[in-house]
Design a protein around this ligand. Structure first.
Ligand SMILES: [Ca+2]
Length: 374
């Protein structure tokens, strides 16, 4: 990052931080009393101004109208806040102003049943169903070049939370038809979100369906549901009126998910209340692919440009300093594995990322469709 960019990012960060100090102190005081979070100051988020334009036509099946408009995108530093978790998540700052056009969005994550329709119609084979090519993995022995995917595997004892390889396993034969490995299948999981899909798999489905993947800005505008700068897609209270609002992880991570919200592991879609635009599960359940390449400084660059970013598409290239040789796209929304002990990315303004060919059993997607011009 250039010195000029560093200075700009620092100034924006300082301005946002000063106004939040009192709220953070109050939030710490309230820790452990999730329904009594104090009102949040609006120091860094300006009002969401949704377009007044009504839906241009009847909604395509399973989709809802997202009016688009201008909003503040990003997240405060969640450390020290209620259920804030351990991470600063600098890649979700500075909060910056964005404007997106209206569009249609799937009300739910794409389900196994929907994905099966696509595969039945096209014969499509996902990345996880194909054996890795020897030329892509020099040095790998033939017995390791076997089709499979990554599956969450609980540990049997507490482990330091600094190495995710402790709870992820490459399982031969795991793919969308066999989400937990070859001994599992889709019986009873028809209405679960499809998982073990790489980026090109998601794009292939979207193209077949006459849709596309959302940009990160579209995704966040939609997930905020018309609200301004709230912590969650439903508001600032984690559990309003005692009600669970998302499928996340409870209990000691990564040993035992106690399923307090009613679900251990992935849940069928639409089991929790929708957000203000009628979208289900934009927090928790499974992560969702967005079309943007991932870079941690994307927001800093947009903020440096000043003004309002119109329909941003993300950077032209990918870069993740923690894995600089991987090509990653943005993930959003968090999953059933998110917990305030480890990952709080079910918070609506936070970001995730993933290597484009890597699926897992907590990663899926939903599609959008541009409004027809009138
Ligand atoms: Ca759960």
């Amino acid at each position: 990052m250039s010195e000029r960019l560093k200075t700009a990012a620092l100034l924006v960060g300082l301005a946002a931080g000063a106004g939040l100090a009192g709220w953070i102190v109050a939030s710490v005081f309230y820790r452990g009393r999730p329904t009594e979070l104090p009102p949040r100051p609006d120091a860094s988020f300006a009002l969401t101004v949704a377009n007044g334009r009504p839906a241009p036509s009847k909604a395509p099946e399973g989709m809802v109208w997202i009016p688009g408009g201008e909003f503040s995108m990003g997240s405060d530093d969640p450390r020290g806040t209620l259920c804030g978790g351990p991470d600063a998540m600098n890649d979700a700052r500075p909060i910056h102003r964005v404007d997106v056009d209206g569009f249609w969005m799937d009300a739910t994550e794409v389900t196994n049943e929907q994905f099966k329709e696509f595969v039945d119609a096209t014969g499509y084979v996902t990345i996880a169903e194909k054996a890795p090519l020897a030329e892509d993995y020099p040095g790998a022995t033939p017995e390791n070049l076997v089709a499979g995917s990554v599956v969450f595997t609980p540990t049997d004892h507490p482990v330091p939370l600094d190495n995710h390889y402790q709870w992820w396993s490459y399982v031969k034969g795991a793919n969308w038809r066999h989400p937990l490995g070859p001994d599992s299948d889709l019986a009873g999981r028809e209405n679960h979100p499809v998982v073990h899909v790489g980026y090109e798999d998601a794009v292939a489905y979207a193209t077949w369906a006459g849709k596309r993947l959302p940009t990160e800005a579209e995704w966040e505008f939609a997930a905020r549901g018309g609200l301004t700068g709230q912590v969650y897609s439903w508001g600032n209270e984690f559990k309003p009126n005692g009600q669970w609002m998302a499928n996340i992880y409870h209990g000691p991570f990564p040993i035992t998910d106690t399923g307090d919200d009613g679900f251990v592991g992935v849940a069928p879609v639409a089991q929790f209340p929708p957000n203000g635009y009628g979208l289900f599960d934009v927090a928790g359940n499974v992560w969702e692919w967005c079309s943007d390449w991932y870079r941690p400084e994307t927001y800093a660059i947009l903020a440096l440009g000043g003004g309002v970013a119109r329909n941003p598409l993300g950077p032209d290239t990918s870069f993740d300093p923690s894995e600089p040789h991987e090509k990653k796209r943005v993930h959003r929304g968090g999953s059933f594995l998110c917990t305030d002990l480890y990952c709080t990315r079910y918070m609506v303004g936070t970001r995730g990322k993933g290597e484009v060919s890597t699926g897992s059993n907590h990663l899926g997607f939903r599609c959008v469709k541009s409004a027809a011009p009138r």
